[in-house]
Design a protein around this ligand. Sequence first.
Ligand code: F6P
Length: 362
Amino acid sequence: MATKRIGILTGGGDAPGLNAVIRAFVKSAAGVEGWEIIGIEDSFDGLLEVPHRLRPLTPKSCQGLLHRGGTMLGTTNRGNPFSYPGAQDTVDRSGELADRIRAQGFDGLVVIGGDGTQEIGYHMMKRHNIPVIGVPKTIDNDLACTDYTFGFWSAVDVATEALDRLHTTAESHDRVMLLEVMGRTAGWIALYAGVAGGADAIAIPEIPYDPDRFVAKIQQRRARGRHFTLIVVAEGAKPAEGSALPIEVSHGQGSIKAGGAAQTLAQLIADRDPAESRVTVLGHLQRGGSPVPFDRVLATRFGVKAVELVKADLWGNLVRLENDRITHVPLEDAVGSPRHVDPNHPLIATARAVGIEMGAPA
Ligand code: F6P
């Protein structure tokens, strides 16, 4: 049996299911194929920093991981090796990283991450000939070329439960409840959780909204004796005119994430209607905790597929979900253009058909 030595790392924000991919990869690669698997801690930092932080992974060291949130290897959404934070400016440390990968005798790397991390992997391959296989993760579901990333359905689950809980208190107090969910520039979590949680209105970045339409919805409901309204607001949602309240977007930039999208809409509603409103920013609750079964299964399928690709020497590819089959696609097709919600997406039509206000006409 030809033996291999493979490095594996997780990069970017964590997502439920990272541990499940690591476990599946190690069980199959080390347990079945007999390869040597080395975990690199905190994304590429584990090799960029000295002493390196590397850890041999075996089926035994991956026991009990399937249901655990977070990542046993640690992660970071800072420290891009192509523009690494230096004393004054950023520096390109990608060549140094490539030398260290070679010095470790790795046959290649399995890179588990979202668009930013996959882009790094792709450029390490293109510029420095480092063999890479990508595994797509992110709660935002905004990576191109895969039907779903793992982590997304776990985030939707948390957001849906939050809506269920807000529903009862909104109804008791006759309030407008705004729930702000994550997703960066994509509205996938807001759209799916909004439909699943019976929201009355949903605001997503892909459909800049007219606040008057949300106010009309509140007033129509009131006229029907429904004195409460539930609105899901994606963190990237903005009014079509005017600007959102100032918001610090962190995502690894070292600033504080304050949440401004729901607060902005609450203010615009308050300017137009006397309804009492409350804002809940769900934040990192969406990223922590156990993956839902769908994400565990998807992560396991991705991990096993990554082994198949290594075995077949199909470096430079991203594993993906395509019509319920696990296939692969060249990394270059998947990076650089995040997948946003198409305003003509069928689920938006469904949402409108059940009376959900999307903030703009179809
Ligand atoms: O990309 C995942 C994500 O959770 C986004 O939805 C969110 O905007 C961002 O990361 C938050 O990043 P951080 O954990 O750095 O605050």
